[in-house]
Design a protein around this ligand. Structure first.
Ligand SMILES: Nc1ncnc2c1ncn2[C@@H]1O[C@H](COP(=O)(O)OP(=O)(O)OP(=O)(O)O)[C@@H](O)[C@H]1O
Length: 242
């Protein structure tokens, strides 16, 4: 049965991450409300992946925290967020079995797993690949499978870390269509990208990071037409930022 209580908003409260004596993510403060696609945009090394990993709980902040839900503490232990990585991680088994495995790991009852895996493949037009070894699928197919696998977990919030950076334009388009479908279903999306054109195509809101700091937090339309910061202006103008 689906949870009825929302894990959103997600609040990054002065989130920082330090490693090797360097402050790599510095005092981020933002909230993710329900719905829409938020792009974490910024040049290579600006801290986008680290920010997603902090939010998803893969690494622990050195200072600050990630808070969930309107009533803090109520949702402790409830994980309704999933993450899709730049390079999909697939087990040496069929596409369907990869989804079944993820469902088992998430604690879904055995009786439900096959049905949900088949439904996830069908939902994204991947039925024909169901019994193919996942690791032999093309990069684009693997990424579509990774998103279908994440969807099968029924996340309320999906983090995506540069999901298209290894893909050609055709495969990128298919992924963007999947993301549009997820958004239309009400899944909240937070995606790291350094691809400004992609953010322009699909983002509703932009969090612009530079050197581990949140420089700008704007609706996508105003970010691209009237960026407030010198760093964002330079990035949009195609100047090299690091
Ligand atoms: N565990 C770590 N220890 C030390 N440095 C790290 C660690 N993880 C990341 N970094 C460094 O932190 C910086 C930010 O990394 P991050 O992967 O978040 O950047 P990014 O914006 O996602 O970049 P890209 O677009 O290249 O993926 C980089 O300089 C990276 O080398």
């Amino acid at each position: 049965m689906r949870e009825t209580t929302s894990i959103l908003p997600l609040s990054a409260e002065d989130l920082s991450f330090e490693a090797g004596g360097k402050l790599l993510v510095s005092q981020l403060r933002f909230a993710i409300q329900r719905g829409g696609l938020t792009a974490l945009l910024g040049p290579n090394g600006s801290g986008k992946s680290l920010t997603l990993r902090l939010c998803h709980g893969l690494i622990r902040p050195s200072a600050g925290r990630v808070a969930w839900g309107a009533e803090k503490g109520v949702l402790a232990g409830v994980k309704r967020h999933a993450m899709v990585f730049q390079k999909p991680v697939m087990l040496r088994r069929s596409a369907r079995a990869n989804i079944v495995h993820a469902l088992a790991a998430a604690g879904v009852a055995r009786a439900e797993r096959q049905e949900r895996a088949v439904a996830a493949l069908a939902r994204f037009g991947l039925d024909a690949l169901s019994e193919n070894p996942a690791r032999l699928l093309s990069g684009g197919e693997q990424q579509r499978l990774a998103i279908a696998r994440a969807w099968s977990l029924r996340p309320e919030l999906l983090f995506l870390d540069e999901p298209c950076s290894q893909l050609d334009p055709g495969a990128t388009r298919q992924i963007e269509e999947m993301l549009a479908a997820l958004k239309a279903e009400g899944v909240t999306l937070v995606m790291a990208t350094h691809d400004m054109a992609q953010a322009r195509r699909i983002a509703d809101r932009v969090l612009f990071l530079h050197r581990g700091r949140l420089v700008e937090d704007s609706p996508a339309a105003s970010f691209f037409t009237a960026p407030a910061s010198a760093e964002a202006r330079a990035f949009i103008a195609g100047e090299l930022l690091w």
